[in-house]
Write a protein that binds this ligand. Structure first.
Ligand code: NAD
Length: 264
């Protein structure tokens, strides 16, 4: 499906050097949008921006700090003069250990990137969009772990539940300004982040870990990042003009209920 209405839109994507953020940046650019690609890894964000078919900017930014958020917001405004959309997608997974063995420094780091980072980005985007004509769209990457618990992922799961609360509250506050705020909840998606889960599921043998995980997905496979990007691009576009405050599971059915794989 073509999203012609994204043409000439200006969209900030955080975590753009990663698997999902990169796929979103490429999809938006293919639709004719201008992308501000922000990531902790400034060099990778710059390389991505340079490869996109439309004018784009790469910015090094730590989303958990006000300076980082100001940096990507200013980069967008200086280069393009406005923003139409923001995808708050950067996250830190933390160490995968049972809660009883976890430490508070890791909890703080997970919360700083995943909750404080989204809070700061959401606040800055709401202020900017409310001061412009025409409204806009904000998408936050939560997770299937924002809808249900996951063993070994306690602090991360808590952070992904928390951002859904921010999304719902922001959606209520901003709707009359024509600003839509939604969350996407990916399931197992084929990026660097999922390698951690594979290690936990299959010791050092990543392919065994992957096979064990894919068995648990009703669709029988991971998502490709472009499948998440398609939904994010749609939510950012006017095609989703009446969708706000929503949490969209993009998870091959994993949060639909308990799933028993068929026996051979
Ligand atoms: P990824 O590891 O490929 O990308 C994450 C990106 O975030 C990296 O480029 C990293 O440098 C960046 N980042 C981390 N901390 C940052 C910070 N403080 N400031 C700026 N950038 C920072 O992982 P991904 O799978 O592409 O993850 C994207 C989003 O999708 C995350 O919110 C993640 O929680 C979510 N998610 C992923 C999966 C999955 O299975 N891959 C499942 C559910 C949700």
């Amino acid at each position: 499906m073509s999203l012609e209405c994204l043409r000439e839109n200006v969209v900030i994507v955080t975590g753009a050097a990663g698997g999902i953020g990169g796929a979103v940046a490429r999809r938006l650019s293919q639709e004719g949008a201008h992308v501000v690609a922000a990531d902790l890894d400034a060099a990778a964000a710059g390389r991505l921006a340079a490869q996109l078919p439309t004018a784009a900017v790469g910015v090094g930014a730590d989303v958990s700090t006000p300076e980082g958020v100001e940096g990507y917001m200013n980069a967008a405004l200086e280069r393009f003069g406005r923003i139409d959309g923001v995808h708050l997608n950067a996250a830190y997974a933390g160490k995968l250990v049972p809660l009883a063995e976890s430490d508070v420094a890791e909890l703080d780091k997970v919360m700083a990137v995943n909750v404080r980072g989204v809070y700061l980005g959401l606040r800055a985007a709401l202020r900017q969009l409310a001061g412009q004509a025409g409204g806009g769209s904000i998408v936050v990457t939560s997770s299937a772990g924002g809808l249900a618990g996951a063993q070994l992922w306690g602090p991360y799961v808590a952070s992904k539940h928390a951002v859904i609360g921010l999304v719902r509250s922001a959606a209520l506050e901003a709707a009359r300004d024509g600003i839509r705020v939604n969350a996407v909840c990916p399931g197992l998606t084929d990026t660097a982040m999922v390698r951690r889960t594979e290690q936990a599921a299959g010791s050092e043998d990543l392919s065994a870990g992957r096979a064990a995980l894919e068995q648990r997905v009703p669709a029988g496979r991971y998502a490709h990042p472009h499948e998440i990007a398609a939904c994010v691009a749609w939510l950012l576009s006017d095609e989703a003009s009446y969708v706000t405050g929503a949490t969209l599971a993009i998870d091959g059915g994993i949060t639909a209920g308990s799933y028993v794989p068929p026996t051979e």
